[in-house]
Design a protein around this ligand. Structure first.
Ligand code: IMP
Length: 427
């Protein structure tokens, strides 16, 4: 029953798409367990680039079973458009199944995301505007509409009517905004559902059967540890659980089904949206990382904030997700820097701590304690094994592993599949 969870250790955008794609080659089943189309996983195959939002990266291998788990929130419009884009590019989506317990993102969720965000003013979260938070709100308020409801039009009709009435009241009273027509949403969503309802099933059962049959399962996390609703920089977080525990709840398996947890660590740190970021560089080095690393959002195109690697952040991810190994991505982006820095602790009110504080005021006040290491001038993009890397790049990696307290299993030195150095057993 070999199964592995992949999680982002930072604020998302760590390059999970590529690592997942690489591990997916060795898996039989790939499962997304949380989030929705706020994610954007970029995978490069040959000359082609795929930007996946909802569909697991395993879809690029025709024989893999791909599951959208119950922990996800799914926008039918985004799903149909992603499926038709993939099919249009010759990628078969025949092996994709959708949990009957996954929640739907409906047009009013997207409108509310936009209006609630605007209402936050200076305290805005910087959401992706995809309706993620409002859909999860409905889920926890126990009024959400699930995939299973699409298979029962009378049930869907009733739930939608009740929800639209409630939302229209809220839209009008709180925002003075126009409401929605339940009939129009019903017609639109049922027409879209025709294109995917044959895939709706109990994916937990499918997963258990696959595990019993000895298939390797890969749980593909979206976003990152610091965007986790419980463990992230609350309230500047997403509304789901990108940490490893989220895989159990969001896919319908127990912790005993998981053998390994791999954390993806970008060789530096980035963040999109608002919220504290201790190692942020608002200088030429930050701009250099952004340009060289193409650090612009896959979903929204927003420039990402960039900074040095933060070992406090990585160690936190190791702890809350029980990481068994880490995968380092985008090491090549650091090529040509005279020195590279790693934050090893925060100085807060004169005291150095190794732990990420819950209070955002404390995080904002945190002064990073840096360790400076020599950089490397050579390009490392053609490296195929660890020994090909300059000594200083290896030294940087060794120090990261030492600070994280877990081994590095893989290093990525470019977007392509071949630009990957494997250091340890992957599955
Ligand atoms: P939401 O998930 O759209 O509600 O956005 C909440 C926060 O999470 C915002 O700061 C977003 O920028 C961030 N976020 C959501 N999805 C991703 C992602 O896939 N990568 C990076 N940041 C994300």
């Amino acid at each position: 029953m070999p199964s592995t969870v992949i999680v982002g250790t930072q604020w998302g955008d760590e390059g999970k798409g590529k690592v997942t794609d690489f591990l997916a080659e060795r898996a039989g089943v790939v499962v997304r367990y949380q989030g929705g189309n706020n994610a954007g996983h970029t995978v490069v195959v040959g000359e082609e680039e795929f930007r996946l939002r909802l569909v697991p990266s395993g879809i690029l291998y025709p024989e893999k079973l791909c599951l959208l788990g119950n922990g996800m929130v799914i926008d039918p419009e985004a799903l149909v458009s992603e499926l038709s884009e993939l099919e249009g590019r010759g990628v078969s989506t025949a092996n994709l199944r959708i949990s009957d317990r996954a929640h739907l993102i409906l047009p009013y969720h997207k409108r509310l995301d936009e209006l609630e965000e605007r209402g936050r003013g200076a305290g805005k979260i910087g959401t992706t505007g995809r309706g993620i938070g409002p859909a999860y709100n409905d889920k926890s308020a126990r009024i959400g509409i699930r995939m299973a409801d699409l298979l029962d039009p009378a049930e869907f009709h009733e739930k939608l009517a009740a929800n639209v009435e409630l939302k229209n009241h809220y839209l009008k009273q709180v925002f003075g905004a126009d409401g929605f027509s339940a009939a129009a949403i019903e017609e639109e969503v049922l027409a879209l559902a025709e294109k995917f309802k044959g895939r709706i099933t109990d994916t937990s059962v499918v997963l258990h059967e696959a595990l019993r049959a000895g298939k390797k399962v890969l749980f593909e996390g979206a976003q990152g540890t610091f965007l986790d609703l419980d463990h992230g920089t609350y309230p500047f977080v997403t509304s789901s659980h990108p940490t490893a525990g989220g895989a159990c709840i969001g896919a319908g398996v127990g912790p005993t089904a998981i053998d390994k947890v791999i954390g993806v660590v970008k060789a530096y740190t980035t963040r999109v949206g608002a919220g504290p970021f201790p190692t942020e560089l608002k200088d030429a080095t930050g701009d250099r990382l952004r340009e060289r690393g193409h650090e612009f959002g896959t979903v929204t195109g927003r420039p990402r904030r960039c900074g040095w690697l933060d070992a406090v952040v990585v160690r936190y991810a190791v702890r809350v997700s029980g990481l068994t190994g880490i995968a380092i991505t985008k090491l090549d982006v650091l090529d040509g820097l005279a020195t590279v820095k790693i934050c090893t602790g925060y100085r807060i009110k004169g005291e150095v701590t190794q732990h990420f504080p819950a209070s955002l005021k404390a995080v904002e006040a945190a002064e990073p304690v840096y360790e400076e290491l020599p950089g490397w001038s050579e390009s490392i993009s053609d490296a195929t094994k660890l020994a090909d890397l300059p000594a200083n790049a290896r030294r940087y990696l060794d120090r990261i592993a030492e600070l994280a307290g877990v081994p590095i299993i893989l290093v990525s030195v470019g977007q392509r599949r071949r630009q990957t150095l494997i250091l340890d057993e992957l599955f």
